[in-house]
Design a protein. Structure first.
Length: 202
């Protein structure tokens, strides 16, 4: 029996298509005339391909344990419409925040540097930087390794697609975190693992 965790990826577009299909059975209110709940943005799914999206995925390898089944990729039109709706919701949220706090400025545009800095922040927390003063720092060495490995994946997948400054920042953070990881693991190894005491003779 495999120890690999099982999880399910839910395609919200498929759920939306099924809901619209059911509502179309009621002629009193066509799907096109119904506003989105609360007047907010909604994702438009083409009815022509909604049947294909509802079709269950078939495992190409019978007998093999099913991996996590990914939903179909959104169409270019769906992505554009969702991006427009997302930007509109973000703008409304910013307007509400500024209305409550007029002194608040426009939030900075999220950039690649923010992403790298966020990984660096997580790594610092995993090294115990958030510990209260006077308390022993607890290091999550496994979590730290995973964060560094994720940054390594990011570096591999973005190679050749970054500006000089972005690449320099990413490589500097990776170098710093890997050196810190080496220091942490050396400290752990130097402490050694104490063997259990020998059993007492009767």
């Amino acid at each position: 029996m495999s120890d690999k965790p099982k999880f399910e990826v839910i395609d919200r577009r498929k759920m939306k298509a099924e809901e619209e299909h059911e509502n179309q059975q009621q002629p009193a209110t066509p799907a096109e005339a119904r506003p989105a709940p609360g007047g907010g943005p909604h994702l438009v799914v083409n009815e022509s391909n909604s049947e294909a999206r509802r079709a269950p995925a078939v495992n190409p390898e019978p007998g093999a344990e099913a991996e996590a089944e990914l939903p179909p990729a959104p169409t270019a039109q769906e992505s554009r419409e969702q991006k427009v709706a997302y930007d509109a919701s973000s703008k409304r949220l910013e307007d509400m925040v500024r209305a409550q706090n007029p002194a608040a400025g426009v939030p900075p545009q999220i950039s690649f540097e923010h992403l790298v800095q966020q990984f660096h922040f997580w790594a610092m927390i995993q090294m115990g930087a958030g510990a209260e003063e006077g308390k022993q720092r607890r290091v999550d060495v496994i979590g730290l390794r995973q964060t560094i490995d994720m940054l390594g994946v990011l570096a591999d997948k973005t190679r050749g697609n970054l500006t000089e400054d972005e690449d320099r920042l990413l490589q500097a953070v990776l170098f710093d975190l890997r050196m810190t990881f080496l220091e942490v693991t050396r400290a752990i190894v130097s402490q050694g693992v104490q063997p259990p005491p020998p059993p007492k003779k009767a």
